[in-house]
Design a binder for this molecule. Structure first.
Ligand SMILES: [Zn+2]
Length: 115
């Protein structure tokens, strides 16, 4: 199986560094920046969202055992890309610009969401 550069089946319109709004689950309505995208399982990691506690053991580098909090993965379908103009999570469409570049646009106000 070829792995690696495959981009998952078209539906993932979320990229790293996007600002998204959570639309389902415990962190519903919170917003954050996408830290990582996991195309293989359709999940993403968003700053400050789905925080999970992890117990750590003392190691030679880390003297104290304790609990650290870090982001867990959430499914990409649980977020919407934020349109700055609408100031909310919106459905995303695509448009091809005159120079042939494909961009994401807000389906609500038609604002281009890619810089
Ligand atoms: Zn908009």
């Amino acid at each position: 199986m070829a792995r690696g550069k495959v981009i998952s089946g078209g539906r993932s319109h979320i990229k790293k560094d996007d600002f998204v709004q959570v639309i389902a689950g415990r962190d519903r309505d919170k917003r954050g920046k996408v830290l990582r995208v996991f195309p293989d399982d359709g999940r993403i990691m968003v700053e400050g969202i789905q925080m999970i506690k992890r117990h750590t053991r003392a190691t030679q580098q880390r003297q104290q055992a304790g609990i650290i909090e870090r982001e867990g993965k959430i499914h990409i379908s649980n977020v919407m890309l934020i349109c700055a103009k609408c100031d909310r999570g919106v459905r995303v469409g695509h448009r091809v610009l005159e120079d042939g570049k494909k961009v994401r646009v807000c389906r609500r106000c038609a604002e281009v969401l890619d810089r």
